[in-house]
Design a protein around this ligand. Structure first.
Ligand code: SAH
Length: 237
């Protein structure tokens, strides 16, 4: 059974969006994954199809109602659904490649996209939503965040990426940022490709790549280093 995404949103036309193209789009057509959208507004109960209301305690903006969102979730993910229920949220745990890999190995995901000031806290608790953040900045809605999450998952699914190795040698996969890349021409504006990469010596190339990855990580993302395996033996000399 392939990965199944259900996205709860007020803007279903945003899906599959960018994920209908390129590798993800071909995977979608080939059945490597599937996506359904659920219009939260369909679960409104009044004539005006209202989904939000003013925040208790006052203040700016509007809040997505717990009862309406709960009905939408129960419709998309009835009892017995094994898929995790995620809420895109800047308050969530920052998304990591490790969590993406876990999700890609599972049956799919139910993804709730917030809007306005966010969603009523009680539905987060009552439906056991896992809050997921894609970074420390504020989007206007959860939809772009859901697209980011799904893009990261889908490229790991079997049959989506041609070259399987490029899935495991990326930045973060081994706890380091990736080494720099080069391709033809050999000389670009007086800048040659590093000699080692054209040497044909695979051991030296592997060592150079590890060393540059380590240096780049030390310089740009020292916070990643405690988790990197083998960081004490740069270059494996
Ligand atoms: N008032 C909220 C922000 C609401 S932004 C706060 O200060 O925390 C509106 C919606 O956009 C959120 O409900 C969430 O679904 C989505 N969103 C915004 N930023 C996000 C981020 N960094 N990661 C994931 N989702 C985000």
């Amino acid at each position: 059974m392939s990965f199944r995404a259900s996205v709860l949103t007020l803007y279903p036309d945003m899906f599959p969006g960018a994920l209908g193209m390129s590798l993800a789009g071909r995977g979608l057509e080939a059945g490597a994954w599937s996506i359904e959208t659920v219009q939260i507004r369909d679960f409104a109960t009044d004539r005006h199809r209202t989904v939000d209301d003013t925040p208790a305690g006052g203040g700016a903006g509007m809040v997505l109602r717990a009862d309406i969102l709960a009905s939408a979730i129960d419709h998309a993910s009835p009892a017995g659904d094994q898929r995790p229920r995620l809420l895109m949220s800047p308050r969530g745990k920052p998304l990591t490649q490790a969590r993406v890999r876990e999700l890609a190995q599972g049956p799919g995901a139910v993804i709730v996209c917030g809007r306005f000031e966010g969603v009523d806290q009680r539905v987060i608790e009552a439906r056991d939503l896992e809050e997921v953040s894609i970074g420390d900045y504020i989007l206007s809605g959860g939809e772009p965040a859901a697209l980011v999450l799904l893009d990261a998952i889908v490229r790991l699914l079997p049959g989506v990426m041609g070259n399987d190795e490029s899935g495991t040698e990326e930045s973060f996969e081994n706890g380091l940022l990736e080494h720099p890349h080069y391709t033809r021409p050999q000389l670009f504006e007086d800048r040659p490709i590093p000699e080692v990469l054209t040497s044909g010596n695979h051991a030296r190339i592997a060592q150079w790549r590890h060393q540059t990855a380590l240096e780049l990580t030390q310089m740009r993302r020292p916070d990643l280093l405690p988790a990197a395996p083998g960081k004490k033996e740069p270059g494996n000399r």
